[in-house]
Design a binder for this molecule. Structure first.
Ligand code: ATP
Length: 235
């Protein structure tokens, strides 16, 4: 579905990504783990066109996308939930969800998609008229994921959904990501520092260090890899 080939991304003169290559197959959950500053967010932002790579290629369903605008990339079916969520704080939960569907005009389907996310996240339905900015961190993360789903992405990019959340909420969010992957056939690329939880729901994973991929394997193999355990799983 997506192939990232030898991308190099820079912030001015600073090279953040050094020949990063990875593959995401249709239907998978793939996770990218790594320490602070390894380049995980930059990888996501390179894919969705926010910080385009200076060199290399990104191919989505056969089409090179590395030179397309972020808006065009969204219209192809790639949708990002950025780190920090970025929901609209003054708008209600429902209005935030409607914003997610701004490129669509199939009203009946939008309504049924809103019902779908309310089923998955009942707390959002209870708070449908509440201003987004007054939700808890976990609820805001649920809203950010739901809003992205309203764009009906075929590839959902999640940047550290667990950031700053309590363990129980993290578990709940990851379970729902898994459900969404299965039920709505949404392929997921999950960037996480919480390697343990991310690898538990993923099919495959990549490890990133200093702007380069250092390891890739099935998620279950990474979970039992001694180096990964020591460096990222605190064992
Ligand atoms: P974290 O888990 O802390 O979010 P990360 O793995 O997502 O880290 P990135 O945010 O991609 O890492 O950062 C990779 C490198 O690029 C870091 O050295 C960072 O300081 C640098 N960087 C990121 N954003 C910018 C920016 N806007 N300007 C300059 N350098 C940046």
């Amino acid at each position: 579905m997506l192939e990232v080939r030898n991308i190099q991304t820079y912030y001015g003169n600073i090279q953040a990504l050094k020949n990063v290559s990875l593959t995401i197959n249709e239907g998978e959950i793939v996770t990218l783990i790594g320490a602070n500053g390894a380049g995980k967010s930059t990888t996501l932002m390179s894919i969705c066109g926010v910080t385009p790579p200076r060199h290399g290629e990104i191919v989505f369903r056969g089409q090179p996308i590395q030179n397309l605008s972020a808006e065009k990339i969204v219209s192809l079916g790639i949708c990002q939930v950025p780190e920090g969520r970025h929901i609209f704080p003054q708008m209600s939960v429902l209005e935030n969800l409607e914003m997610g569907a701004y490129m669509r005009n199939d009203k009946a389907a939008i309504k049924s998609d809103i019902d779908y996310v309310f089923e998955r996240f009942p707390i959002l339905e209870q708070r449908r008229q509440q201003a987004g900015g007054t939700l808890s961190g976990g609820e805001q993360q649920m809203l950010a994921i739901s809003r992205a789903l309203l764009a009906r992405p075929s590839l959902l990019l999640l940047d550290e959904p667990s950031l700053g959340l309590a363990p129980l909420i993290i578990k709940q969010i990851f379970e729902i990501v898994k459900k969404i992957n299965v039920e709505s056939n949404t392929t997921v690329f999950l960037v996480e520092q919480n390697a343990n939880q991310a690898l538990k729901i993923a099919h495959r994973g990549y490890v990133m260090e200093n702007g380069a991929i250092t390891l890739e394997d099935k998620a279950e193999n990474l979970l039992s890899n001694e180096d990964v355990k020591k460096a990222y799983l605190g064992m």
